[in-house]
Design a protein around this ligand. Structure first.
Ligand SMILES: Nc1ncnc2c1ncn2[C@@H]1O[C@H](COP(=O)(O)OP(=O)(O)O)[C@@H](O)[C@H]1O
Ligand SMILES: O=P(O)(O)O[C@H]1O[C@H](CO)[C@@H](O[C@H]2O[C@H](CO)[C@@H](O)[C@H](O)[C@H]2O)[C@H](O)[C@H]1O
Length: 476
């Protein structure tokens, strides 16, 4: 189907204006001044008014040791998008005509087409169609709703999320939808989609209801078939006007209010999600190979953390001692987990309780690893670290000691809630829990060094503390 807006002829080459723009985006993982970019795939959506060109480019950056593939949806207009100045990537002249190129998640023509694709599961190929497939969850179809507005979620995000305001055909407001456009894409399923969809389809109220997703297929010479296949977008129920647990916790800590009740119920919700995941996905006994793989990954993260912050080399022996105790411990069964669990991944929803988000796993870990069964203690440790982050945020304030105490009480209450709901006494697995907590802090060193260097002291201090904690009571 033809589109009336002029296009810029697609080539493998990435135009300089687009390359400059990509380099400045929060989701662009490399900090290099000179990314090595090429376009390796593209698929089109059709604007229902046939006025706007909608192309999703898959752009490979080969400047780092591991190449990263980015999803870059673009819209092409022959006149400026009203209110779209901040999303303008380039104003070009093609065959004497002006073309405005936009970051498409800010363009209503793109956002409508993307949601329509998921709800109706119909792909109308545009020009240079590569391949994309959509899946809806059938609780919602496009005949049930009309989009009245859409906007991009602000804030520090690894991906780009679009929020849709919707109405029913009779004009009454409908539950809004959030659609996450994954920016770094890889071959393989994205656990954010598969895990949350499975929980939602099984009726869990601990995650937002799944609405639909889009999968792409693109050429990739590294795959045996020559083709890669991965998730590109995921839509869910959007829960408006709620806060995440990080904000609730920060406010409580600042006001000197106990968070113990909340932390306990968060522990219960966490155990509940783990039990639901154990029902929906395979569970298996830990093998010596599983233990060896996880210990190797912990040691690799430790080496990586020393690369980022050289003084951490002083902690090497103490860190090793924690790892050795974990290696010798009894390991619980392996199952699917959240994978990057912290206070910012949980919404406090009045009348519903805690709702967990973002099962994509740690962004610094390869996607294939993130769909592997793992140890639930990793999530427990992630949340324990998050309470320490609250304390770290107040480390140089006059109430530092009080917030430190607040964090300890919250950690204990979280563990109590988890133990009560799961019936598993985590304290007899202290050696493993300590190692997972230390491992998370080592990961945080790399994460903060790359994204928020001012926050580095929080995990660095935690490593010093966790590595030297008294381990004499630990059963090994
Ligand atoms: N279904 C939802 N309802 C309400 N808010 C949401 C929902 N999904 C995400 N959010 C908000 O968006 C933020 C970022 O979402 P997240 O899934 O963590 O994205 P990213 O993978 O880019 O980090 C969350 O911290 C939360 O504040
Ligand atoms: O939310 P993401 O999936 O993008 O996770 C990454 O970013 C998190 C920060 O936004 C980071 O979490 C760390 O900082 C939090 C406070 O901002 C703290 O509560 C967490 O405990 C701490 O790990 C997460 O590690 C990273 O993968």
């Amino acid at each position: 189907m033809s589109v009336s807006a002029a296009r810029i002829a697609p080539t493998r080459e990435v135009r300089p204006a687009l390359a400059d723009w990509i380099r400045q985006q929060r989701w662009f993982a490399s900090s290099t001044e000179h990314p090595v970019l090429s376009r390796v795939g593209m698929w089109s959506l059709v604007d229902h008014r046939h006025q706007v060109g909608l192309e999703t480019h898959l752009i490979l950056d080969e400047s780092g040791v591991t190449p990263v593939l980015y999803q870059v949806p673009l819209s092409f207009r022959s006149s400026a998008l009203l209110g779209g100045d901040r999303a303008l990537i380039e104003r070009a002249t093609v065959d004497g005509k002006t073309v405005y190129v936009y970051d498409a998640p800010h363009d209503p023509a793109y956002t409508r087409a993307l949601l329509g694709l998921m709800l109706d599961e119909e792909i109308e190929p545009g020009e240079s169609f590569e391949a994309a497939e959509a899946e809806g969850h059938h609780a919602l179809t496009s005949s049930d709703i009309r989009v009245t507005d859409s906007h991009v979620l602000r804030g520090e995000q690894s991906n780009t999320s679009i929020i849709y305001d919707l109405v029913h055909p009779n004009g009454k407001p409908a539950q809004p939808v959030i659609c996450k456009v994954f920016r770094a894409v890889s071959d393989g399923v994205n656990p954010d989609v598969t895990v949350q969809s499975a929980l939602s389809d099984a009726g869990s109220r601990l995650v937002p209801r799944a609405v639909g997703n889009v999968t792409g297929v693109w050429r990739d010479p590294r795959q045996l078939t020559g083709l890669a296949r991965g998730h590109l977008a995921f839509a869910q129920e959007f829960i408006p006007e709620v806060e995440d647990a990080w904000r609730v916790a920060l406010r409580a800590a600042d006001a000197g209010e106990s968070f113990a009740q909340h932390a306990r119920s968060l522990g219960e919700a966490t155990a509940q999600v783990h039990s639901e995941l154990a029902r929906l996905f395979p569970v298996r006994e830990a093998t010596p190979d599983d233990v060896a793989t996880i210990m190797a990954s912990m040691r690799e993260r430790s080496a990586q953390a020393v690369n980022e912050v050289a003084v951490l080399a002083n902690e090497h022996d103490a860190v090793e001692q924690v790892f050795r105790l974990a290696e010798a411990a009894d390991w619980p069964p392996f199952q699917r987990i959240h994978g990057d669990y912290h206070l910012g991944q949980v919404l406090a929803v009045p009348g519903r309780g805690w709702v967990l988000l973002d099962f994509e796993g740690e962004p610094l870990r390869p996607l294939a690893e993130r769909s592997e069964p793992d140890v639930t203690l990793r999530d427990v440790a992630g949340m324990l670290r998050s309470f320490d982050y609250v304390a770290g945020t107040y480390a140089s304030s006059p109430n530092a000691a009080a917030v430190q105490e607040w964090a300890q009480v919250s950690r204990d209450a979280f563990l109590d809630g988890y133990i009560a709901r799961s019936g598993r006494d985590l304290r007899v697995q202290q050696a493993l829990l300590d190692a997972f907590e230390l491992d998370k802090a080592l990961y945080e060193v790399s994460y903060e060094a790359r994204n928020r260097p001012d926050w580095l002291p929080i995990p660095v201090n935690a490593i010093r503390h966790l590595a030297h904690r008294d381990h004499s009571s630990v059963d090994a």
